[in-house]
Design a protein around this ligand. Structure first.
Ligand SMILES: [Zn+2]
Ligand SMILES: [Zn+2]
Length: 354
């Protein structure tokens, strides 16, 4: 299938139009027209090879909402016209203990990333959602529930599940005391989701300036982490802290805030942190954990939860030809809180019907 998208041809190149082919449908494949694609911080990192494993050309995008335009002969769950979604992975071995438990994100053989991955059968590079069409196995395709605003749902597929999964894993529910560090794409979803689960939510920020924003998103309060008195008063008062900061930082000020058996979950930074002291860990039986996205079943559960509770990201809609400016603004954290690309702004390739 002929299609088109936006790709970076090298770490130094801006994203530009790139025509390519999607694979012919396998028996279990769903073909979709991409309607919306969220812009994740990792898109920027991978386009610029910040993590050192990018292959070029690279077509980013793993927060994808679309409409089914064709299905393979063995597809059972989806029909032409259905609204569907795809997140950060498009395949896994489907056979290991983790895959069998529905934890495909933890597949022993590694899951296949939606872009900058390799197809498990052909070893061809995977291209993401900054494109007109996508072909994905139905096993890695999610259903967008009726009632979920299609134009806002895309960021749920990465930012949403990345914060929903640890909240569920560590048992957050009514009355849980949840802290959120960082109020970007991930952080703002953590606040909304934790509040919708009935938790008491505190945003932690270096300055008091974000208090009104935090409350508008559903937080109960803002804790100013540069205020030693306020931090001392907040000791032992959290069950879970979701740390969404996407760069190297110091977690030591936050560890004493956890109650006994409390957990600080890192979902933002991929790489080193400033050296943590084990003192608060041992003395309070506290934990530092990490968590990557979520499995397919849990991602569907999250979409259904958001449809039921009305949780949606705050998005800023852009055209595909604004993507390079959007990357620059993302670098300055100048977005509230997620860019979404309206894929109608990307013309279909010559000789195809969109
Ligand atoms: Zn992402
Ligand atoms: Zn597996």
């Amino acid at each position: 299938m002929k299609t088109t998208g936006y790709a970076a041809q090298s770490p130094r190149d801006a994203l530009a139009r790139f025509d390519f082919e999607r694979r012919p449908l396998r028996a279990d494949d769903v073909a979709m027209e991409v309607l919306y694609c969220g812009v994740c911080h990792s898109d920027l990192h991978q386009a610029r090879n910040d993590w050192g494993f990018s292959q070029y050309p690279i077509v980013p995008g793993h927060e994808i909402v679309g409409r089914v335009i064709a299905v393979g002969e063995a597809v059972q769950r989806y029909a032409i016209g259905d609204h569907v979604a795809v997140g950060c992975m498009v395949d896994s071995c489907r056979d290991c203990d983790q895959c069998r438990k529905g934890l495909e994100q933890l597949c022993r053989k590694g899951n296949v990333q939606t872009y900058n991955g390799r197809d498990r059968f052909t070893c061809e590079p995977t291209f993401g959602g900054y494109s007109k069409h996508l072909v994905v196995s139905e096993a890695f395709t999610l259903r967008v529930p009726d009632g979920l605003d299609l134009s806002k749902a895309a960021p749920l597929l990465c930012a949403g599940i990345t914060t929903y999964s640890p909240l569920r894993t560590w048992g957050v529910g009514p009355g849980s005391r949840v802290g959120v560090i960082g109020l970007g794409g991930l952080g703002h979803m953590a606040v909304k989701l934790a509040a919708a689960m009935g938790a008491d939510v505190t945003v932690m920020s270096r300055t008091p300036e974000k208090e009104a924003d935090a409350r508008a998103l559903g937080a109960d309060r803002l804790l100013v982490s540069s205020d030693p008195e306020a931090m001392a008063k907040a000791a032992d008062s959290f069950d879970v802290i979701i740390d969404t900061v996407p760069v190297r930082h110091d977690i030591n000020p936050y560890l004493p805030l956890l109650d006994v058996d409390g957990t600080l979950v890192i979902v933002g930074q991929l790489g080193p942190l400033d050296e943590p002291s084990t003192l608060p860990l041992l003395l309070g039986r506290r934990r530092i954990a990490g968590s990557p996205i979520g499995g397919i079943a849990e991602t569907q559960e999250m979409l259904n939860f958001c449809a039921k509770t009305g949780v949606l990201p705050d998005v800023e809609m852009i055209r595909i030809d604004e993507i390079n400016q959007a990357f620059e603004r993302l670098e300055r954290a100048d977005v509230r809180y997620r860019f979404v690309i309206d894929m109608a702004s990307l013309p279909a390739p010559q000789g195809t019907a969109a």
